[in-house]
Design a protein around this ligand. Structure first.
Ligand code: DQA
Length: 148
């Protein structure tokens, strides 16, 4: 597979559809459409294609990950609140042999203690957090680099 054929699945987890209006002091004013626009621009530069999904539902995210091996060379995911709670999403990432990069806008380690644990990071290729929209940009670069 040449680099041009590589397809990356981007998954935005719960409440990220509210970015721009939600806890602006933590997440900033940037909304999801603006993040997606920047990701698509970078994807063009990197010569990869993207499918971008947002879901507030754990099972839906599990299904997206489970079906990923058929179509995708890498997954870029912000599991949002499910980062800290979802054994099901963790197990889905572990089950598929698709390199998965975990990103967060905020630095989860400098926030409330319940955010300090990521159930996803031990099965992810790596994690990038704390850089706002730049976490996604760096995450997409990593996803494209490690895509199968
Ligand atoms: C988040 C951090 C999570 O703790 C939180 O539940 C989110 C967003 C981030 O991008 O900083 O919804 O994943």
């Amino acid at each position: 597979m040449t680099k041009k054929n590589k397809k990356i699945l981007v998954i935005h987890g719960p409440n990220l559809n509210l970015l721009g209006k939600r806890e602006v002091s933590v997440y900033g004013k940037v909304n999801l459409a603006a993040i997606n626009k920047q990701l698509k621009k970078l994807a063009d530069e990197l010569g990869v294609s993207l499918d971008i999904k947002q879901s507030n539902h754990e099972g839906e995210i599990v299904d997206l990950i489970g079906k990923a091996p058929k179509k995708y060379s890498a997954i870029l995911i912000n599991p949002a609140a499910y980062t800290h709670t979802s054994v099901a999403i963790r197990d889905a990432v572990a089950a598929v042999s698709v390199p998965t990069v975990e990103v967060h806008l905020s630095n989860i380690y400098s926030r409330e203690e319940f955010r300090h644990t990521s159930l996803i990071s031990s099965v992810a290729k790596g994690q990038i957090c704390g850089f706002g929209i730049e976490s996604y940009i760096l995450g997409l670069r990593a996803s494209a680099t490690f895509a199968k």
